[in-house]
Design a protein around this ligand. Structure first.
Ligand code: NAD
Length: 309
C-alpha cells in the first residue's frame, strides 16, 4: 500500500508538541495542535466574564502555544508565516478530527497512566490505517498500548524527537512488539527524507538509547555539583565550551528540557532497573523536586536554574 503523510495531529502543545508541530509545518505538513482545556480560568479571565464553555476560550491554551512559536528563540519555524499550517484547538472538542489525519503524535506529559488514557480516547476516534506514535522520552511503547486492539498496535510506534525539534537531527524510532514492519520502514524513511532527521532504531528499553546515556551524564553531573560544591555557573562553564560542547551546557539544557519532565524521565529508568549501582545513579536529587514544588520548571515557567526573560 502506498502511504503519504499530508496532515498530522500533535496532541500536547507544551515544549515538545509545539516544537514538533512547527517542524512539521517547516516540512510542509499541515497539523492540528491539541491540548487540554484548563480546569479553571485565571482571576483576570474570570473578571473579564470569560467562560470555559466558550469554544474560543477552550482553544486558548493551544492558541497561545502557536503565538509563542513566533516569539521563541532560536526560532522553531523557518518562517513565521508557516504557523498558518498549524491549527490549534482543544482535544475534547476535536477528537472527531483525528479521523481526518494520516499521523497522530502523542506528546503529553511523561506519565504512563496519562498516556494510556489518552491512547484509549484516540483509538475510539481512530481511522484504520492512520499511524499513531508517541514522543515519550523513555516509557515503554509496549506498555503504553496494553489494552488496545491488535489493529491499533500494528500502527503504533515511538517517534522520539529531541529538543529543539527543528535543530536537533536525531530521531529515535522505537517499534513495539506488534508494530507492522512496513510502518516502521515507512516512518524511518519519512522522518529521514521529509523531516530531515537522522533516524536511529532503538529497542523498547527504559529511556531507549539517547536518554539512557544523556540522563546518566546529567545525573552524575548534578551529584558532583553538590558533592564537590560547584556553582551553577561553574558547572555550565566547565561542561560547556571548555569541553568542546555547545553553549547550552548541563544546567541550561535542563532548563530547556523542563525540570519536571527531566524528573519523570530519570525516575522512569530508576523504576525499571534492578542493579544497585544503576538505581543509585538514577536517583533524582531532592533539590530538583523542591524546585518543581516552587514552580521552577525551567525556561517554560520563567525560572529554573536560570531566570528566563
Ligand atoms: P510539557 O510539560 O511542556 O507539555 C506537556 C503538555 O501536555 C502540556 O501542555 C499539557 O497541558 C498537555 N497535556 C497533558 N495531558 C494531556 C491530555 N490528556 N491531552 C492533551 N494534552 C495534555 O512537556 P514536554 O516537554 O513537551 O514533553 C512532552 C513529551 O515529550 C513527554 O513524553 C516528554 O518526555 C517528551 N520529550 C520531552 C523532551 C524535552 O526536552 N522536554 C524531549 C524529548 C521528548
Amino acid at each position: 500500500m502506498s502511504r503519504m503523510i499530508r496532515k498530522a495531529a500533535v496532541i500536547g502543545s507544551g515544549v515538545m508538541g509545539s516544537g514538533i508541530a512547527a517542524h512539521l509545518a517547516n516540512s510542509g505538513i499541515a497539523c492540528l495542535l491539541l491540548d487540554i482545556v484548563p480546569d479553571r480560568l485565571t482571576p483576570e479571565e474570570a473578571a473579564k466574564g470569560l467562560s470555559l464553555t466558550d469554544p474560543e476560550v477552550r482553544n486558548r491554551l493551544a492558541s497561545s502555544a502557536v503565538a509563542g512559536l513566533k516569539k521563541h528563540r532560536p526560532a522553531p519555524l523557518y518562517d513565521s508565516s508557516f504557523a498558518d499550517l498549524i491549527t490549534p484547538g482543544n482535544i475534547e472538542d476535536h477528537l472527531e478530527q483525528l479521523k481526518k489525519v494520516d499521523w497522530i503524535i502523542e506528546v503529553v506529559v511523561e506519565n504512563l497512566a496519562v498516556k494510556k488514557n489518552l491512547l484509549e480516547k484516540v483509538e475510539r476516534n481512530w481511522r484504520e490505517g492512520t499511524i499513531v506514535s508517541s514522543n515519550t522520552s523513555g516509557i515503554s511503547i509496549n506498555e503504553m498500548v496494553q489494552g488496545r486492539s491488535d489493529g491499533f498496535k500494528r500502527h503504533f510506534l515511538g517517534t522520539h524527537f529531541f529538543n529543539p525539534p527543528r535543530y536537533l537531527k536525531l530521531l529515535e524510532i522505537i517499534p513495539g512488539k506488534e508494530t507492522d514492519p512496513a510502518i516502521v520502514d515507512f516512518m524511518s524513511s519519512f522522518c529521514n527524507k521529509t523531516l530531515g532527521k537522522g533516524v536511529v532504531r532503538a529497542k523498547d528499553t527504559p529511556n531507549f538509547i539517547g536518554n539512557r546515556i544523556g540522563t546518566y551524564g546529567l545525573l552524575v553531573t548534578l551529584q558532583e555539583m553538590s558533592n564537590a560544591g560547584y556553582s551553577v555557573d561553574e558547572i555550565d562553564a566547565i561542561t560547556g565550551p571548555a569541553m568542546g560542547r555547545p553553549k547550552s551546557a548541563t544546567l541550561r539544557t535542563l532548563d530547556v528540557v523542563g525540570i519536571d519532565t527531566f524528573i519523570h524521565v530519570a525516575q522512569n529508568v530508576h523504576d525499571n532497573v534492578s542493579g544497585e549501582t544503576e538505581k543509585t545513579v538514577f536517583t533524582v536529587p531532592e533539590y530538583l523536586r523542591e524546585m518543581v514544588a516552587l514552580g521552577w520548571n525551567g525556561a517554560k515557567s520563567g525560572q529554573g536554574f536560570y531566570k528566563s526573560v
